[in-house]
Unconditional design. Sequence first.
Length: 409
Amino acid sequence: MQCDDLWRSVHLATMAGGGADYGAIPDGAIAVHQGRIAWLGREAELPADLQPAAEHDGGGRWLTPGLIDCHTHIVHAGNRSDEFEARLNGVPYEEIARRGGGIVSTMRATRAASEAELLAASLPRVRTLLAEGVTTLEVKSGYGLDTPNEAKMLRVARELARVLPLRVRTTFLGAHALPPEYAGRPDDFIHLMCEETLPALVAEGLVDAVDAFCEHIGFTPAQTRRMFEAAAAHGLQVKLHAEQLSDQGGAALVAGFKGLSADHLECLSAEGIDAMARAGTVAVLLPGAFYFLRETRLPPVQALREAGVPMAVSTDCNPGTSPMPSLLAAMNMACTLFRLTPQEALAGATRHAAAALGLQAELGTLQTGKRADFALWSIDRPADLCHGLGLNPCWQVVNAGVPRTPTGS
Ligand code: DI6
Ligand code: FE
């Protein structure tokens, strides 16, 4: 059997099979050919005819699928620590909003940045994720809120995958917030996003999926539906910021479009869970936003579990409600705050995160034929990835068969 690279002396957490044991293969080996997994199993059972061009000694480390961060707003300019500090000094939220704070302040900074400046602002955050074994990243637009600036954000997202060892999926989030020039005219803004912005972005090849913020401070279910119909007309799949602050019926709405995922879900109803289970829509849990907003209402994890709805875990990395470019931190918080098991949290950042991006045939588990994206960890057991906070035990990352150190290429 031909193969380019062979990793020996590794414990594999394949995350295949869906069981509670991480799909573990102790004392394993994994062979890669032309960027794909050619063979994996017990090292003692290596095929006799396997002739690797190069061999790597894993030194008894654990090897998992590359981590997938399936919900981020990581491309943005500016910084909102001034608002954070003002709030903690007692300035009321309304006053901060009056001063032009919140999403609109990030919109202003993002509009003012050149493409090169936006890339430079985003790179340190993305590199922080990459150092933790992230090999696939979803990036949303939504701070441009007009055609040229939404396009600029998504071009920068695509550029990330050219300058870094990373796969990127782009999501158009035009229906994120109402820009000031459309104050009082949300339907006109949705019309612009559907009829002008989305077609222009699609024509430039910048959109892999469409998202919206369905919330009383965002857009209504009717406006969200219009975005989804526009997406469907372009053959694009949809996902939704749903049931974060209130129950708008967003989960059922996105499930009705056979959506990839419903994200946040602190206020998810039993009907929403049923609809997601029937449609195969993934629940993306975002414990970072829960933490930074000091929410108290938990997403219905046990009910999702019982309904068999796959649960992904992501950073929601954004400058307002989750300034946290760490997927390992999100995994820890998914366990400590939401009571996921470490196995569920790791599945949430691999297998189910892949499904939330529609990439499950290609990524998310270690299986023959899948893309050879994986990470090696200096840990005693997989639970170590969730147990600590602020530790990064990543030792090596492999992107489509090409090894790199966590920080370099
Ligand atoms: N939900 C969120 O958590 C972020 N956007 C959204 O729709 C918040 C984004 C921000 O505050 O900049
Ligand atoms: Fe978000």
